[in-house]
Write a protein that binds this ligand. Structure first.
Ligand code: BGC
Length: 417
């Protein structure tokens, strides 16, 4: 049996600047320094019940784990890293631009930082990696944080100006732009749960964020199109597969509709007409029940106890193929330090993706999260998402076995069983 993918399908992996580059100077970095000790102290309470607690305990209870610092030193080693991606057969890659490097002061662009990213893109182009470039993967320059961050009255204008500058500089090597990464994750974690910077727990602000972030995307879309009409622009959304626990329960079905609308669709609707493709990040399956909410069976889980549910990818793709736009999977992956489940998860998920495509979905690329181990935000370094393992002491790169299974799939442009 061969699950064959269309010719020219894009295969690769994703990263984000703050998580891999190292040496960034932004709102997250400052927040990490202020919160590292607390995060380390809370680790046992948060992660103590994970089955792998004994393996992660030393790292998770160490404040240094929560400071991105040098990260994976990708800022200095991008050539080596992209070369490895090329050797693994990838023909695409997703990376992000660190806004705080480009515009360290309001309205002042750093030419050296721009030259750096020009070389990053040139490297990708030379290696045959089609770059998908994200403009905002959650971090903000300090001047913008001080003005109120996402709540700054002129946030959208600032973002549009930065977007125009970067696209103007990099357009010769980049076709695919992603304005925002997972706006909903930020809305939820920063403004509803109050876990991430700026740690506001305010449902009104959360609600306003729909408009704020949609406006930022729409403004950036306009300015990118003006700079480069041929560009393809999208916004990466975290799409959860919600399903009713009681298939015949009207209450469960109702809560699924609500969750699906506010989590998966509302931002796409608010940016309608300003998306050239749908960019899906798929991690979560939520079987919902009322009352009680979650009723997942969690048969297979990652190191972070996130359910691994390949089937969900099929349903998400089917749902969003309704938008009649090309689809790219811009993230999908798992924390799996021992690399025991990654190959299985990739293979099974790709089969589900294939099924959706066989039924007509226009999926054109898959980018695994992540190319390499990185800094997993408020969890720090202990979750290992990489196809490439990074030794935290020496920063040495080592290809995980699952990356070779993925390489074979790419080489065959399909799965042969
Ligand atoms: C984010 C990444 C993150 C990954 C795993 C996505 O929500 O875009 O930055 O590392 O999930 O949590």
């Amino acid at each position: 049996m061969k699950y064959e993918f269309p010719k020219g399908f894009l295969w690769g992996a994703s990263t984000s600047a703050h998580q891999v580059e190292g040496g960034t100077n932004n709102d997250w970095g400052e927040w990490e320094k202020e919160n590292a000790s607390d995060l380390a102290n809370e680790a046992e309470h948060k992660f103590g019940r994970l089955p792998n607690w004994k393996d992660i305990k030393a790292e998770a209870t160490e404040p240094q784990n929560y400071i991105s610092g040098i990260a994976s030193d990708h800022f200095n080693r991008y050539k080596e890293d992209f070369k490895l991606a090329g050797e693994l057969g990838h023909n695409a890659t997703r990376l992000s631009i660190e806004w705080s490097r480009i515009e360290p002061e309001e309205g002042v662009f750093d030419e050296e930082a721009i030259l750096h990213y020009k070389d990053v893109i040139k490297t990708c182009n030379e290696l045959g990696l089609e770059p998908f470039v994200t403009l905002w993967h959650w971090t903000l320059p300090l001047w913008l944080r001080d003005k109120g961050g996402l709540q700054y009255k002129y946030f959208a204008q600032c973002f549009g100006r930065y977007a125009a500058k970067i696209t103007g500089e990099l357009k010769h090597g980049v076709k695919f732009w992603i304005t925002l990464n997972e706006p909903f994750s930020v809305m939820q974690n920063s403004y509803l749960a109050g876990k991430w910077p700026p740690q506001k727990r305010n449902p009104f602000v959360f609600w306003k964020m729909y408009k704020i972030l949609a406006k930022a995307h729409n403004t950036a879309y306009e300015s990118i199109k003006k700079t480069d009409p041929k560009s393809e622009i999208g916004l990466s959304s975290i799409m959860n597969f919600f399903e009713a626990h009681g298939q015949r329960s009207p209450l469960d079905k109702w809560i699924v509709k609500i969750a699906d609308y506010f989590h998966n669709q509302k931002l796409l609707n608010l940016t309608s007409g300003k998306n050239d493709f749908i960019a899906i990040n798929y991690y979560f399956h939520d079987r919902l029940r009322l009352p009680g909410f979650q009723a997942n069976t969690n048969k297979k889980v990652s190191d972070m106890n996130w359910e691994l549910y390949p089937e969900g990818l099929y349903h998400i793709i089917k749902k969003f193929s309704g938008y009649k736009l090309p689809i790219y999977i811009t993230e999908h992956g798992l924390a799996d330090a021992k690399d025991e489940k990654r190959a299985w998860y990739i293979t099974e998920s790709l089969k589900k993706m294939h099924r959706a495509m066989a039924e007509g979905a226009d999926v054109r690329g898959y980018l695994h999260w992540s190319l390499m181990d990185n800094f997993e935000w408020d969890k720090g370094f202990w979750p290992r998402f990489g196809l490439i393992e990074i030794d935290r002491k020496t920063l040495e790169r080592k290809i995980r076995p699952s990356a070779y299974i993925y390489k074979k799939i790419i080489k065959d442009n399909g799965i042969i069983e």
